[in-house]
Design a protein around this ligand. Sequence first.
Ligand code: PDD
Length: 287
Amino acid sequence: MTRIVYVNGAYKRYGEAAIHVEDRGFQFADAVYEVIEVLGGRLVDATRHLARLERSLRELAISPPMRESALLHIIGEVIRRNRVRDGIVYMQVTRGAGPREFALPGPDVLPTLVVFARTQPRGRADRLAETGIVVKTVPDNRWERCNIKTVMLLPAVLAKDAARRAGAREAWFVDSSGTITEGASSNAWIVTAKGVLVTRPLGQEILPGVTRATVMDVAKAEGLRVEERAFTRDEALRATEAFITSATNIAMPVVTIDGQGIGNGLPGPLTRRLRSRFHQMAEISAV
Ligand code: PDD
């Protein structure tokens, strides 16, 4: 449970934390965010997450609310005040509040910063990884700047809902040429019959996942081959393994796509290996 939330300079009780009704994050989704895994009270891959936050802000010309060291201090404080050992910390920066106007505001409008943390026992994800998850594919109807981590998540919300109604846990977006771009809130991977890991190359169609980058480091250390190229839904259905990566899922096996079993229908050995080595390779930092 979240007890304390940081909002614009103050630590507020969860039920009382609030932003302005004319915050641009609320009205225009004019905001970016990050989700960082907390493991044993420490941050997983903070450097990569904070670098991506800075890049997202730069892409949209939103002023950073503070220096990185100050943000890290707040993140640590929020984790401690919520007594989170294993879970996540969420941070969101919006362009700020002001009378509703499409045009960007002047420099007098200051960005809004919200940070909260939540306990998510690792056991739950680990149990899920024992059986693997089901994926449903849906058309990718998002914009052309998916490499920026904005809170404009309605297509992902609706895709997840379509997945849930079909008995699936994650949705994989398919572009107009039939290739998988990424998951609604994860990056998508398959393993070929030759044991090659395949994931889409970075570009505007996908978020440059931090977990994706660290899984690549793990793969390299394990002597596994990684090909960064687009793959089709048909190729995914013929794959020997499939999995998703995200801060909350690490490497999570996908055992069924659109009702069809992948490989032998069980979590694959390479996915298990990547998952089990992940935290040895990731940057784990005290905060
Ligand atoms: N989602 N692609 C999309 C569209 C995502 O929303 C996410 C993360 C990822 C994986 O990125 P990373 O490995 O850096 O977590 C890929 C977060 C966890 C969320 O929205 O909750």
